[in-house]
Design a protein around this ligand. Structure first.
Ligand code: SAM
Length: 330
């Protein structure tokens, strides 16, 4: 098969595949995990690692060069470190990274490093132990924070900290979190809360990026950092004399759809072209019924043709996306 770029109708080159390897998570974040009990996928419904690797190899032939492994919580899936090792060996990938909540990170930093993962994102919405428990349902702040420090000392770089800005929850400590960039070379990514699925708690007045920036003003002036071609949608900045960076992901206030280069593979083998749209193409069926690589490539092309120009989630339309974030992978 010829290398054939995944270019959509709006001339976006889709070279980045985010893969959710499980819908299971060991935390219950209020803004992510649904209120109702949603049945978990059975073992059989989830793509096997060798199926994911086949999709990745095919994706690379079609122009994918960047992969992020996510979940649910990817580190809860059995065999994940062996899988990561296989994944980083796939020729043609220039970047393989991982998003984790950090709960299982401390004991596995070395396994992650020796699997060839050089950079990770850790979700950390607060620096306060009690608030961490309120947000995630578990008293694990110290465990996660110590793991982040260990990963830092082990040379994982960059470590990006994903912070979802939540009114009435962590809005009073956004500047404290940003301040970490003076002490550590972390990339702190402030993310606007997105209304996806029926999360346990609703946030009717999202904190948009201009407000987040305003809340950081006391720390000094933010100087823009130039985005590389392979960078995500974050607007990147740095405070003078800081070691790390500050990034803003304004999914709602200023969509970055025109620059979106992403496809997503859900744990149950659905290819999605937009985080904020329920449209998906089934890859698992064709994978399991003996379809050739050319036929699977057609599924990619069909998905790419359907990628919307931009998402339609207005800030007031909470619950408009029916799939849960934990199933898509963020
Ligand atoms: N379990 C891993 C973790 O916690 O990082 C990976 C999966 S999680 C769904 C991926 C990212 O999505 C996390 O950084 C999380 O904060 C973010 N996320 C989840 N729900 C969100 C929402 N409604 N709006 C914005 N970000 C959200």
């Amino acid at each position: 098969m010829q290398k054939c770029k995944l270019i959509d109708r709006y001339n976006r080159n889709l070279n980045y595949l985010r893969i959710s390897i499980t819908d299971r998570c060991n935390l219950r974040c209020v803004y992510c995990v649904p209120r109702e009990l949603i049945p978990k996928l059975s073992h059989d419904q989830i793509l096997r690692y060798e199926e994911i690797l086949r999709v990745v190899r095919l994706g690379v032939r079609l122009g994918i060069s960047k992969i992020r492994i996510t979940g649910g919580e990817p580190l809860v899936r059995k065999g994940v470190y062996t899988f990561l090792k296989e994944l980083t060996k796939v020729e043609g990938l220039t970047d393989v990274s991982l998003t984790t909540n950090g709960v299982f990170l401390f004991d596995n930093v070395e396994k992650i490093r020796s699997a060839g993962i050089r950079r990770i994102n850790v979700s950390l919405d607060t620096l306060n132990q009690k608030k961490f428990q309120e947000i995630t349902g578990y008293d694990m702040f110290h465990q996660v924070w110590e793991a982040i420090l260990l990963a830092y000392r082990a040379g994982i770089d960059p470590i990006k900290l994903n912070v979802v800005a939540l009114r009435g929850v962590n809005d009073d400590e956004l500047a404290d979190i940003a301040k970490l960039s003076f002490t550590y070379p972390f990339h702190i990514r402030f993310i606007e809360h997105m209304p996806i699925g029926k999360a346990r708690r609703r946030f009717d007045a999202p904190i948009l990026v201009p407000e987040i920036k305003h809340r950081l003003q006391s720390l000094g002036k933010l100087a823009p950092v130039e985005n590389g071609t392979n960078d995500g949608p974050a607007e990147r900045y740095r405070f003078k004399d800081a070691m790390g960076e500050i990034g803003f992901i304004s999914a709602l206030s200023h969509h970055f759809c025109s620059k979106c280069n992403r496809l997503r593979l859900t744990a149950n083998g659905q290819l999605r072209t937009c985080l904020l749209s329920d449209h998906q193409e089934d890859l698992k069926g064709p994978l399991r019924s003996g379809h050739s690589d050319n036929e699977l490539a057609e599924v990619f092309f069909k998905a790419v043709r359907s990628k919307p120009l931009e998402h339609k989630v207005a800030t007031h339309q909470s619950e408009s996306i029916s799939t849960q974030m934990c199933a898509i992978g963020g």
